[in-house]
Design a protein. Structure first.
Length: 367
C-alpha cells in the first residue's frame, strides 16, 4: 500500500452502564472530539453506541465531522441509518471501509433493525466495484461470524474485529482475507502495515498507551473539561468522611493493614488521578472497593473512604464481620477473585505469574 494512514475504530465509543447514560454521552463526546482532532476516517456503529441513541450519534457526526458507518443498520422502512461505507485514496490505493453491526447484539425495535451482515456487505461491495481496490470491514461480531464473513465475501482484504476483551492477537487468515482481533478501550493501539504489492502476511504491531507515549496538551485539556462536567453531573465535591474503610480493619489486623498500605492496591485510585481517569467507570470498577455493589463505591456518591482496592474488594463486604468478628468470617480470596480485574487484557501475564503477583499483596488470610 502507498504511504499514508488509515485511522478507524471497530465500534462502541462507550461501555454503557444503564445507570450512567448521561456520563457515557459525555465520554462519547470526548472520544469523538479527540478522534476528530486525530483525523479518524471511519467509526463502526456498535451496540453500545446505539444505546446512546441515533439522534445523539447524528449530533456527534455534525458537531465533530466524524463519520459513523454501518452496512446493515436500517430503520423500520429498511433505509440505512448511516452511510454504509467510506472511500479513501492513499496514494494509488483506493480503500473502501465498511461497517458491520452484530445482529445478535441489537434487538429488533421500531427504530433500528440489523439486517443480515453477509448480504448487506455483499451489496456494499458491489456498490464500490471499480471505485476501490482494497476492502476493509470493521465489525463487532464474534470470531466465528467474522470467519464466515471472510468465506462468504472473499473480496475483503482485512476484517478488523473490535468485539474482543483480550490482548490484541496476531491475525488469522481465511483464504486471502486477514482477520485481526484488535482489543478495545484504546489502552493498546494496533498498527497494520501493508507494503505496496505485498501478498504475504501484513505486519502487525501493538503499542502500549503507557507513559512512554507523549500526551497532547489539547487532548489533556479535553479530558480535564470532561472531568469537570462529570463533577457537575453528579453534583460532586461535597465534604466527605475520608477515613478509609480498611482503617476499621486495622484495629484488629494492624500488621495486615500496614502491609496493605505498601502495595499497589493502596494506590489504585491515585494512579487514575495521575492520568485524569478518576471519573471513568471502566477504570473505577477495578480501582475502588466494590464498585456499584451494595455498600461499595458508586459514581454518584464518590465515597472517598472507598477509594483504592481495600479489604472488602477481596474479602467481601465486611460489615457483618466488623459487628461480630467471631461468627462472621470474611471470605478467603483465590485466583477467581483476582481475575475479575486482572483480565488477559489488563494483565496479560497474570494467570501464568499468579503466585508471583500474589506475593506482592497477600496477607495472612491468603495462606
Amino acid at each position: 500500500m502507498d504511504s499514508g494512514n488509515l485511522l478507524v475504530d471497530s465500534g462502541s465509543l462507550s461501555d454503557l452502564d444503564e445507570k450512567g447514560v448521561q456520563q457515557q454521552k459525555l465520554k462519547a463526546s470526548l472520544i469523538a472530539a479527540s478522534y476528530a482532532k486525530m483525523g479518524y476516517d471511519a467509526i463502526n456503529v456498535g451496540p453500545y453506541d446505539l444505546a446512546l441513541g441515533i439522534v445523539f450519534l447524528k449530533s456527534l457526526e455534525k458537531a465533530y465531522r466524524i463519520r459513523f458507518i454501518s452496512t446493515n443498520l436500517v430503520n423500520a422502512k429498511g433505509r440505512s441509518l448511516f452511510q454504509p461505507y467510506v472511500l479513501k485514496s492513499v496514494g494509488h490505493t483506493r480503500i473502501a471501509i465498511f461497517g458491520i453491526a452484530d445482529r445478535m447484539s441489537i434487538p429488533h425495535s421500531a427504530s433500528v433493525y440489523a439486517t443480515d451482515p453477509v448480504e448487506s456487505i455483499k451489496k456494499a461491495v458491489a456498490q464500490v466495484k471499480g471505485k476501490a481496490n482494497f476492502l476493509v470491514a470493521l465489525t463487532e461480531q464474534e470470531s466465528a461470524q467474522d470467519k464466515h464473513l471472510a468465506e462468504a465475501v472473499p473480496e475483503l482484504n482485512l476484517i478488523l474485529r473490535g468485539k474482543s476483551s483480550d490482548y490484541p492477537r496476531d491475525p488469522i487468515h481465511v483464504g486471502k482475507t486477514f482477520i485481526f482481533e484488535i482489543g478495545n478501550r484504546g489502552q493498546r493501539v494496533g498498527k497494520i502495515t501493508i507494503a505496496k504489492g505485498e501478498t504475504g502476511r501484513p505486519r502487525w504491531e501493538v503499542t502500549e498507551m503507557d507513559k512512554a507515549v507523549g500526551e497532547d496538551p489539547a487532548v489533556r485539556a479535553m479530558i480535564a473539561e470532561y472531568n469537570g462536567e462529570v463533577v457537575h453531573l453528579f453534583k460532586l465535591g461535597k465534604r466527605q468522611n475520608k477515613t478509609l474503610k480498611a482503617a476499621m480493619c486495622s484495629k484488629c489486623h494492624e500488621r495486615e493493614y500496614a502491609q496493605w498500605q505498601k502495595t499497589a492496591h493502596a494506590r489504585a485510585y491515585t494512579s487514575l488521578v495521575q492520568i485524569g481517569r478518576e471519573f471513568d467507570p471502566e477504570c473505577l470498577r477495578c480501582h475502588t472497593t466494590r464498585f456499584n455493589a451494595p455498600g461499595g463505591f458508586s459514581m454518584r456518591d464518590q465515597q472517598a473512604g472507598l477509594r483504592n482496592v481495600q479489604c472488602d474488594a477481596c474479602h467481601g463486604r465486611a460489615n457483618g464481620h466488623l459487628k461480630n468478628p467471631k461468627q462472621e468470617k470474611p471470605a478467603k480470596p483465590d485466583m477467581s477473585t483476582c481475575v475479575k480485574c486482572h483480565t488477559p487484557q489488563q494483565s496479560p501475564t497474570f494467570a501464568e505469574k499468579y503466585r508471583e503477583y500474589l506475593e506482592k499483596v497477600k496477607c495472612r488470610s491468603h495462606g
